[in-house]
Design a protein around this ligand. Structure first.
Ligand code: DNO
Length: 356
């Protein structure tokens, strides 16, 4: 298990590289050019500038999250080919600074979706919350107003990305899941050969939450669909980012089981817990198994027993100790998450070696 930490860059993050350096066992930054919109080439000089900062603190840049996929690719429009060419160029450019894994997603219009970014919990901390009935009945424009506009926006919900929201929602009207699968396959057929040339693993992120929102199709939602996804190509570059909290928001998805089945196609793992309520709402809790609905101890065991050597990052954390930070991406709770993951990992190591 190789520990990493998501960092948004000096201008976009409240967490500094000096702080990340002091979290035990973090070896690399999970990074992106956050000012580039989907479809643009990531210029080599910008990529090199990130490398310089990472080098100064002794971090690697093996994992990129995310190079976002332009909507025209997901929609299967004729204009997709030009955007796919740009994507290939970005793969080549990030390979030049040693990137080995690119996380991306294929969710139409919206990336991850929540209704409340700072929902107060009993202990006074706040966390990201999803209220199912609200999303089911809400106009997406309203949700955008509520969840953007603070000092920090959620990744994937940047104002420039959401500018053309009406047009995008209209364009997807009537699109079936099968069409989305076809468009994903087309994209993969184009980009996988380039990824292979650079020993790059593309690792799709599951849909979050793993069901349709606002009537849009979503396909990376279940164990059966992960199986279907992976069967689209047996290229070593075709993989999944296993996000326990995204898939795990549906209690029917047994995360440890999915890991045990597909671990050799998981180069990158997001590990976090969610507490699911009976009405389908969920809230992001601290990483411990006891604190949520996902058995994080078994998630880590599933990786450990398979000798997992991929990259891991703690995922969203709560906002604790009055931290002012990007929703879900503060320093404190993610650092606690890392120590919990290490604690489990080290204990499984001891047990394996017959120690106590
Ligand atoms: C949220 C994230 C997502 C994720 C993308 C992957 O925190 O898990 O924004 O990075 O969906 O492409």
């Amino acid at each position: 298990m190789r520990m990493t930490f998501r960092w948004y860059g000096e201008d976009n993050d409240s967490v500094t590289l000096e702080q990340i350096k002091q979290i035990p066992g973090v070896e690399g930054l999970v990074w992106a050019l956050h000012d580039r919109v989907a479809g643009e080439v990531w210029p080599l000089e910008d990529v090199l500038a990130v490398k310089e900062k990472a080098d100064a603190h002794g971090f690697h840049l093996d994992v990129v999250e995310s190079i976002n996929v332009h909507e025209d690719i997901k929609l299967g429009l004729p204009s997709r080919d030009a955007y796919i060419e740009n994507y290939k160029e970005s793969i080549r450019n990030v390979a030049k600074v040693g990137a080995k894994v690119i996380c991306y997603n294929f969710m139409p219009v919206f990336d991850w979706t929540r209704t409340d970014l700072f929902k107060e919990m009993e202990d006074g901390s706040t966390a990201l919350f999803y209220e199912k009935s609200k999303v089911d009945s809400m106009d997406p424009q309203e949700l955008i107003k509520q969840t953007t506009g603070s000092a920090f926006t959620m990744p994937g919900w940047e104002p420039e990305r959401l500018k053309d929201i009406e047009r995008s929602l209209e364009a997807y009207k009537g699109m079936s899941e099968e069409e989305l699968w076809n468009n994903l396959q087309y994209f993969l057929e184009q980009v996988l050969p380039v990824a292979e040339q650079h020993d790059m693993k593309l690792a799709i992120h599951p849909d979050d939450p793993p069901w349709s929102v606002f009537g849009l199709p979503r396909i990376i939602t279940s164990e059966a669909n992960v199986e279907r996804l992976l069967s689209l190509s047996d290229s070593p570059s075709h993989n999944i980012t296993l996000c326990s909290g995204s898939l795990g928001a549906n209690p029917e998805n047994d995360i440890p089981r999915i890991i045990r089945r597909f671990h050799d196609r998981i180069p990158f793992a997001h590990i976090r817990n969610v507490k699911i309520y009976e009405n389908g709402d969920f809230i992001e809790t601290s990483h411990r198994s006891k604190d949520g609905s996902i058995d994080i101890a078994d998630v880590v065991r599933a990786y450990h027993e398979n000798g997992f050597t991929g990259y891991v990052r703690p995922d969203h954390g709560r906002h604790i100790w009055n931290e002012d930070c990007r929703p879900g991406y503060g320093l404190y709770d993610r650092a606690l998450g890392i120590m919990h993951l290490w604690g489990l990992w080290d204990a499984y190591d001891r047990v394996e070696k017959g120690g106590c």
